[in-house]
Design a binder for this molecule. Structure first.
Ligand code: ZN
Length: 322
């Protein structure tokens, strides 16, 4: 198992300082106006989905395990993607789903855990006209800070005061395991501490699930292990249409559809992550599944297509007038 070595963390801009957990206080002074809220709405059958942009970050192309500069250049050639300062920029997305008057949020963004280019999800949620208190369920694909950070309000209380928090049992168990935490390098232990801190206010309304079960009304869990042990997608049943919200199956739209074998240092088990990604792409292409994900180019809705031995992502056209 490869776990977030110090050198790798620093090379991708996440050194120990930014991993330190008690940085929540910074939010208290966050009076400065942030970037404009970015959201986009679409229907999946009788459900309404609002994609909420938390922000963006850069992943150095050199951080993709299995890649080499020539192959990266070849993957980007002929596309509109560019490596900027040696990195590709990726979004961090969350998804709000309304169905039958109930609101479910899938992943919560970073809040203030990962710097000023991120943390916009709560403003996007507010701009959508939905209050955090209206959300009855929060589903987490996994417990990394760009997905769980927004669980906390500025004062450290639950940002979603009326929501049940739903997580895969395997995922919860991994980050709560003291022996595993003690076995990883000191900087990587920050991830464990963040996972614990961000979920702590929900201890009395936590629901853990296991396997391909209904994780919440209208959402079936799809185990997608590798990126983290309990990493999960959620299949939204919109009646006549389904949408798989697949978490971190893809970190770079530009690089990992053509090269599903390329992994990133944040994958807890890189070999399994690559295997799961390939299997997911095969299934999505064969079934012509509608998919979206937290790091697919915003808003993320589209389909996977086979292209010879590789894959491509076809973004869905926007649904206007919603
Ligand atoms: Zn992520």
């Amino acid at each position: 198992m490869t776990l977030l070595r110090r050198s790798v963390l620093q090379s991708i801009g996440l050194g120990a300082a930014s991993l330190a957990v008690p940085s929540f206080g910074r939010r208290a002074q966050a009076a400065a106006p942030g970037p404009a809220p970015v959201l986009h709405r679409f229907h999946i059958g009788d459900a309404t989905v609002t994609a909420l942009l938390d922000g963006h970050l850069a992943l150095p192309t050199a951080a993709f395990t299995g890649s080499d500069p020539a192959a990266v250049e070849a993957a980007l050639a002929g596309t509109l993607y560019q490596a900027k300062d040696g990195g590709v920029e990726i979004p961090v997305n969350g998804y709000l789903v309304e169905r039958g008057g109930k609101y479910t949020l899938i992943d919560t963004g970073t809040a203030q855990l990962m710097g000023p280019d991120l943390g916009g999800l709560s403003a996007a949620l507010a701009a959508s006209g939905v209050a955090a208190a209206d959300i009855s369920t929060v589903l987490l694909t996994h417990m990394h800070p760009d997905h769980a950070g927004g669980l906390l309000a500025a004062d450290g209380s639950a940002a979603f005061p009326n929501a049940e928090l739903v997580i895969a049992e395997t995922e919860w168990g991994f980050w709560q395991d003291d022996a595993i935490m003690a076995s990883v390098p000191a900087d990587a232990q920050g991830f464990f501490q963040m996972a614990r801190n961000t979920t702590a206010p929900y201890a009395d309304r936590l629901k853990l699930f296991s396997g391909e079960v209904e994780a919440a009304p209208g959402f079936t869990a799809v185990p997608l292990p590798g990126h983290t042990p309990g990493h999960s997608g959620f299949m939204l049943d919109g009646g006549d249409t389904q949408l798989l919200i697949w978490g971190d199956i893809v970190h770079s739209t530009a690089l990992q559809f053509p090269h599903p074998e390329w992994t990133i240092p944040f994958d807890v088990d890189q070999a399994l992550a690559a295997q799961t990604r390939k299997a997911m792409f095969e299934r999505a292409a064969a079934d012509q599944l509608l998919v979206t994900g937290m790091h697919i180019d915003f808003p993320g809705l589209g389909q996977v297509a086979r292209e010879g031995d590789s894959f491509a992502f076809h973004q869905a056209p926007w649904q206007f007038g919603i």
